[in-house]
Design a protein around this ligand. Structure first.
Ligand code: NBX
Length: 755
């Protein structure tokens, strides 16, 4: 069917075997685009609009080849011409449209929505420089613009534009889209990204992400999450959010009308899922359009919108719950501010509880707006939803118990097993057949947990994944990982609640233990990866500690042969696809109650890593599925953590002064160590840990050290370990995002799947 040889001749006048990886990549991108364009767009009277500030989609090529059913054929033809698909894939520039779990979740969801044949698109913004490109200089993070757009052309121009009116000026948008083909179903949806007409890339210097934040009419779609540590930055975020939702709302209304809506029946035509609170202003914006542009009266418009918008909460951290001064909204979008005031009044007439007010002391609580005027609120893991209902959003749960539900997150197995781990995929296929490609049911593997052939196959697949990771780390940043090393990984955004600093303290302990002559049975390689928000000082300090430790250990000949610390530079989806398949240990060590779900925990499990975790987020569900023999759990329970916060009963000093802990924390500021790093950063981090430790790393540290030692010892019982790994793979099916999306559709969206 496909003939890459011929395509190579036509495009480059050379045989396939004689063109380079970059040219092969171009051939395949054209192939994918042609195939996508022949697929009909999913149809349906009622459509989903998944509105999100982020879509962390990763490279598209391999995922698209898999979904289009071209993967095996392409791989074979390339192999015959001496090309390796993974090397070709490395030529693709990764789009930089997301930040962390919330953005990656949106990308997995789009894949699953298309695969289940549901008519629904993602709607967001086309950031020219994305989040930022992370570089390490002097063992510190520096942030550079991520110039992903210039180098690739996955965007189709939809030829649509809308006007967006701000308080003091107006702008025009332009709509682009990226195809999202379903898996083997011959149909596609789209990721639809609005850009700003007249956006000015020259506002951004080559070597920094500082730009003039006041030039709003020229900078709106330059960056995701521009620095909001000053007022200009916060205002810019509000401008961006309003630009996003005004475009989304205009798109939704115009398409519904095209499909026959008279707007009084708009909820029959569209359902809007808002990914956290960033798109909440779509509620007043839809009301504005219905009332001011289509003459529908206010109360009816509120009723219409109330049946359209569903909200997903991704965090209980107070500082991440968005609140905007009403005066910002009044400046950016005065009509929206007025409508929010009316909605606030209406709401107060129904309930006079200040805990559920939308506007308090001149501040608009975006989540409150979304809960009162949306029809659904969901958490992203069972424990998280329970905390929302019982604690964080309890007054709302009392008012509207019927709105609340749990939708435990999931991941697409197309990318996170079939795409990133070909050897494990073929082992699974050989062992249980290929039904799981559609059903995600891997439990038939449970019949093989004592089958030596399968267990040996798993060791071999892990070995090959490790070889690919070693190759990646060597070319990406010039580090050599020992061949027989145990691979222990914590990759995710850098945040105190995720407690990378606790793993760093363990590494100090291990370093000292090895110095004392206790040599591990084999080399241990601990891999970190993640970006820190540029304005989040302590997170930057944590990166600095990790990088300084990494050099310190590498330079100590007594320890370096046994312990290695690597921090991946510019960790992104492509790096995740190299590292996760290679991992033996998955570090999920957030302070219990703080990680809403986690999704890398699911990716590691699916790829045969064993989880070392607190009972937080979806770790709780993983533990239930695999059973206590196949997971390592530790740490203070979420209930106890909540009590400690409520009573202000946690005193880090009490833990800091324990001799075993003080030794580790004080290592950070010992003069010899500090001389190799940045004194200010290390002192600040030391003092923060000793005196504040807001996320209680010291509380769980001793138990963490004990459990980690047990994990490493257990790893040496290779038979028992590999069995654990296989149980993890076998039980991962629950975490397919196809399951998650089927639940969203069943309980919230009610879309009719296309045959
Ligand atoms: O969403 C993440 C949670 O931390 C994870 O536990 C969860 O698995 C994932 C998907 O549900 N949240 C997240 O990524 N949030 C943000 O990135 C974020 C960014 C900006 C902001 C608030 C939150 N203002």
């Amino acid at each position: 069917m496909i003939n890459l040889e011929e395509r190579s001749q036509v495009a480059f006048g050379k045989p396939l075997a004689q063109i380079g990886d970059a040219q092969v990549c171009r051939l395949l991108q054209d192939l994918v685009r042609e195939h996508c364009q022949t697929l009909p767009i999913m149809e349906g009277k009622r459509r989903l609009y998944y509105v999100s500030a982020e879509f962390l989609i990763g490279r598209l090529l391999i995922n698209d080849l898999i979904n289009l059913g071209l993967y095996d054929e392409v791989r074979e033809q390339l192999a015959q011409a001496g090309h390796d698909l993974a090397a070709v894939d490395d030529q693709e520039v990764e789009p930089s449209l997301g930040n962390g779990g919330l953005g990656r979740l949106a990308a997995c969801f789009m894949d699953s929505v298309a695969t289940l044949g549901l008519p629904g698109d993602g709607v967001g913004l086309n950031y020219h420089y994305g989040l930022f490109h992370q570089r390490f200089v002097d063992n510190q993070q520096t942030a550079l613009p991520d110039e992903w757009l210039g180098e690739q052309d996955c965007l189709e121009d939809e030829g649509k534009s809308f006007e967006v009116q701000f308080g003091d000026f107006s702008v025009v948008s332009h709509l682009y889209s990226i195809d999202v083909p379903g898996y083997h179903n011959g149909k596609r949806n789209r990721l639809r990204l609005f850009d700003l007409e007249g956006v000015d890339d020259s506002l951004v210097p080559d070597d920094s992400i500082d730009f003039d934040k006041t030039k709003v009419a020229k900078n709106l779609t330059l960056f995701l999450y521009p620095d909001d540590s000053d007022e200009d930055g916060r205002l810019l975020r509000v401008y961006q959010q309003y630009f996003m939702v005004s475009n989304a709302a205009q798109l939704i209304v115009s398409e519904a009308v095209e499909r026959g809506s008279n707007l009084h029946d708009l909820p029959d035509y569209a359902v809007v899922q808002i990914n956290d609170t960033h798109p909440t202003m779509i509620i007043p914006e839809l009301i504005r359009i219905l009332t001011q542009e289509h003459g529908i009266d206010f109360e009816e418009a509120v009723g219409i919108v109330r049946h359209m918008v569903a909200y997903t909460n991704h965090t209980i951290l107070a500082e991440a719950l968005e609140k905007w001064p009403l005066e910002y909204l009044a400046k950016v979008a005065p009509k929206i501010a007025k409508i929010i005031e009316l909605l606030d009044q209406m709401q107060r007439e129904e309930h006079d509880d200040p805990a559920v007010a939308i506007i308090k002391d001149g501040t608009v609580h975006m989540a409150h707006l979304a809960i009162h005027y949306g029809f659904s609120v969901n958490g992203v893991a069972a424990l998280h939803t329970k905390i929302l209902e019982e604690t964080e959003l309890h007054p709302f749960y009392e008012l509207y118990p019927e709105k609340f539900s749990n939708k435990t997150n999931g991941i697409t197995f197309r990318r996170w097993l079939m795409g990133c781990n070909p050897d494990l995929t073929s082992l699974v296929d050989k062992t249980i057949g290929t039904d799981w490609h559609r059903t995600a049911d891997l439990t038939p593997l449970m019949a093989h947990v004592d089958d030596d052939e399968v267990l040996d196959g798993l060791v071999e697949a892990k070995g090959k994944a490790k070889a690919r990771m070693r190759e990646f780390l060597l070319t990406h940043q010039g580090v050599t990982v020992p061949e027989d090393a145990i691979i222990d990984v914590q990759v995710k955004r850098i945040h105190e609640y995720k407690r990378q600093q606790m793993l760093a303290l363990y590494l100090i302990w291990k370093y000292l233990d090895i110095k004392n002559g206790n040599k591990p049975a084999r080399p241990i390689t601990v891999v970190f990866g993640g970006k820190a928000a540029p304005a989040y000082t302590i997170a930057q300090d944590i990166i600095h500690l990790i990088l300084t430790l990494s050099s310190w250990i590498a330079n100590d000949p007594d320890v370096a042969p046994y312990l290695q610390v690597i921090m991946i530079e510019n960790y992104n989806v492509s790096a995740a696809e190299r590292v996760i398949p290679a991992a033996d240990i998955s570090e999920q060590i957030s302070l219990a109650s703080k990680e809403a779900s986690g999704t890398s925990n699911m990716k590691f499990m699916l790829n045969g890593a064993v989880t070392l975790c607190t009972l937080d987020g979806a770790n709780v569900e993983i533990a239930d599925l695999v059973g206590e023999d196949n997971i390592y759990t530790f740490g203070t329970s979420s209930r106890e953590v909540e009590r400690l916060y409520a009573e202000g009963a946690y005193d880090p000093q009490a833990y800091y002064h324990k001799p075993g802990i003080k030794l580790l924390v004080d290592f950070i500021t010992n003069p010899a160590f500090m001389a190799t790093g940045n004194e200010e950063r290390l002192r600040r981090l030391h003092d923060d840990m000793a005196h504040k430790d807001w996320f209680m790393a010291l509380l769980d540290l001793e138990e963490y050290i004990q459990v980690k030692e047990r994990v490493y010892a257990d790893y040496e019982d290779r038979g028992a370990w590999v069995r654990k790994a296989l149980v993890n793979v076998a039980q991962a099916g629950t975490f397919s995002s196809d399951r998650t999306i089927a639940q969203y559709n069943e309980d919230i969206w009610h879309l009719v799947p296309q045959k």
